[in-house]
Ligand binder design. Structure first.
Ligand SMILES: [Zn+2]
Length: 264
């Protein structure tokens, strides 16, 4: 059943029960509160989403592709930090972000670049943190809001999921602050310390964009503040719609990157 035509349905904006065929939410006044009956379908689609796995698979495929596009460059390591480092040409072809691609109108690179990595250590480190931080953020904010926080925080102009990882840390810190109490303060301290440690680590490693880390943290903090966490407000269709739109934009981004590089 793709579309629910009868019974009751939750408003996508405020989450209150409405009749499935209502044209205006009785509570908040939103038009077509049940999204023409597609609200429940949205819930089922997002319910199957495993963001940590999706990010892992996408990053590994994009990384393998970036190595295969220019294998000779990838094998030319000069130190531990550029073992299996794809060439900048290969990364550009797959959608690396930066001032130049942006100036060329490659807007989608802000989404695709999250999934591109500059070396073996870079991708290992980021995926380890995505898998570590994805589950707690999902538990406290919900699946759709995890996607929103991850993507919004990952947007700063650089390759790699580091900005998004800092965004997940920022979201946890925001949750801890907003919740307060013994548990909230424990979350605040734990994730705040991790953020601080990885941020300082960034200054000890070569080629790290520390500004993007700070920007990612701020972006995640802000996205968490705006989206709200699960204790305050349950996830609604509006969040699910936003999450699927962001994932779709990312998919379209990769298609556009490949199209402009290999077809046009
Ligand atoms: Zn409503």
């Amino acid at each position: 059943m793709l579309r629910q035509r009868s019974g009751s349905i939750l408003c996508y904006a405020c989450g209150k029960l409405n009749r499935a065929d209502a044209s205006v939410c009785f509570s908040c006044g939103a038009r077509w509160p049940g999204l023409w009956g597609f609200g429940p379908l949205l819930g089922r689609v997002v319910g199957r989403l495993d963001m940590a796995r999706l990010v892992t698979v996408a990053c590994v495929i994009a990384y393998a592709a970036s190595l295969l596009l220019d294998p000779r460059a990838a094998l030319r390591a000069r130190g531990p930090f550029d073992i299996l480092a794809p060439s900048s040409g290969a990364l550009y072809a797959l959608g690396a972000a930066g001032a130049l691609p942006w100036a060329e109108g490659r807007w989608w690179t802000v989404f695709t670049a999250i999934y591109l990595h500059g070396s073996l250590l870079h991708i290992l480190f980021n995926l380890m943190w995505v898998r570590q931080l994805g589950p707690p953020v999902e538990a406290l904010f919900g699946r759709a809001r995890l996607v929103m926080i991850f993507t919004v925080a990952g947007v700063p102009f650089t390759i790699g999921a580091s900005g998004a990882v800092f965004g997940l840390l920022g979201a946890m810190v925001q949750y801890g602050r907003s919740r307060g109490g013994t548990f909230g303060m424990a979350v605040f301290r734990q994730y705040g310390q991790w953020a601080l440690v990885i941020f300082v680590l960034g200054f000890l490693m070569p080629g790290v964009n520390n500004l993007a880390h700070a920007g990612g943290f701020a972006g995640g903090y802000l996205a968490a503040l705006l989206a709200g966490h699960g204790e305050r407000s349950p996830e609604r269709s509006l969040h699910r719609l936003a999450a699927l739109a962001l994932l779709a934009l990312t998919g379209v981004g990769f298609a556009l990157a490949l199209w402009t590089t290999f077809v046009r």
